[in-house]
Write a protein that binds this ligand. Structure first.
Ligand code: PMP
Length: 351
């Protein structure tokens, strides 16, 4: 008889995160982190908390951070759930809001953690093909048996789908949860958060890892109707009441309250993105219209994997894609102006 633990092992198809090389001389453009440090207020808040309160358990209800998020997002604390990175929030959502008996849908080209969670929690899924230009066919998500999950903007394509189309998907799934993963939305035209006031089956997931420069602190959150938030909270409390530690709570709160710093760094990344896009187009790359802090690009002559290897030898790290129906694309995170200038210099040496 098959041992149960080997059954579990078969169900797990672990997500492999991008390379994290411990070499500060590397120009790291492979995992869509923010090149700028977090708001200076984060450091002082964490230092104070370390000195005063690290011997105490954190708040299991995380009220202070949820209130700060609610204020920024124009909603109530009861509509906000906080987790240890949006990956954990997504895991709780798959576990609690999707069913092992009903098939969910997500785009065929998308964040590769979705099939990992679906396999782990034994949720059947259908991958919905994108159009040939990588845009979404929203009608293919209508009347899904068990709900849907879509990132907006999508990753790794960087393409933003208008809120009208997203609302149409939600509208046509009245009895199923639709999750919109907005990890990159702060680099895009608009968030769908306002729709959560209108549709009780809609959950928006966001992260502090990108626009708030806190990938290392691991904080993500969800916004939705209080009954969805209650479900996520019950799951969390059945698992580990303290998923967010004290430093993460005060650090994330300081970050979300520093609107001026957030606007300044985000605006700069958008400027650098547009400059980099022009530079790549001048070199013959086709660049998909990006609403994120990365570019998804293809060259008619140079193979993405080869460029990736050659760039890596010269200490520039990017990602290449040749799976999930993607023929030959590179994904390049937007760094500082200086990082992007160096990247282009090295690119010119290998092309
Ligand atoms: N969703 C998408 C689409 C992502 O690209 C990422 C980052 N890799 C995440 C969620 C997870 O981000 P985090 O766990 O750092 O919040």
């Amino acid at each position: 008889m098959m041992k149960y633990w080997s059954e579990v092992a078969k169900r797990c198809t672990p997500y492999v995160p991008g390379e994290q090389l411990n070499d500060s001389t590397i120009i790291k453009l492979n995992t869509n982190e923010n090149p700028y440090p977090p708001s200076p207020n984060v450091q002082s808040a964490i230092k104070k908390e370390m000195e005063q309160a690290l011997h105490l358990y954190p708040s299991p209800t995380v009220d202070s951070l949820r209130e700060a998020i609610a204020k920024q997002e124009g909603t109530t604390k009861e509509s906000v759930f906080v987790g240890n990175g949006s990956d954990e929030v997504l895991a709780f959502a798959f576990m609690g809001l999707f069913s092992p008996y009903r098939t969910i849908r997500f785009p065929a080209i998308t964040y590769s953690f979705y099939p990992v969670y679906a396999n782990l929690f034994q949720i059947p899924y259908e991958k919905v093909p994108l159009m040939s230009d990588f845009t979404l066919d929203e009608t293919a998500f209508f009347h899904s048996e068990g709900g849907a999950i879509l990132p907006n903007p999508n990753a790794p394509t960087s393409i933003f789908t208008s809120l009208d189309l997203m609302e149409n998907i939600v509208k046509h799934n009245p009895d199923n949860v639709v999750i919109i993963d907005e990890a990159y939305v702060d680099f895009a035209p608009e968030t769908a958060v306002a729709l959560t006031h209108k549709y009780e089956q809609l959950l928006i997931v966001k992260t502090f890892s990108k626009s708030r420069s806190l990938a290392g602190l691991r904080v993500g959150y969800a916004i939705g109707h209080p009954h969805l938030i209650e479900a996520l909270t019950r799951i969390k409390d059945s698992f580990n009441s303290y998923t967010i530690d004290r430093l993460a709570i005060v650090g994330a709160k300081a970050a979300i309250e520093d609107t001026a710093y957030f606007k300044q760094t985000t605006r700069h990344i958008l400027q650098t993105r547009e400059w980099t896009r022009e530079q790549l187009e001048e070199r013959g790359f086709s660049v998909l219209p990006s609403a994120t802090n990365f570019l998804f690009v293809h060259h008619p002559i140079y193979e993405a994997e080869k460029l990736y290897q050659q760039l890596k030898e010269k200490k520039v790290l990017i990602r290449y894609f040749r799976n999930q129906g993607i023929t030959d694309y590179m994904r390049i995170t937007i760094g500082t102006d200086e990082m992007m200038r160096k990247f282009l210099l090295v690119l010119d040496q290998v092309m």
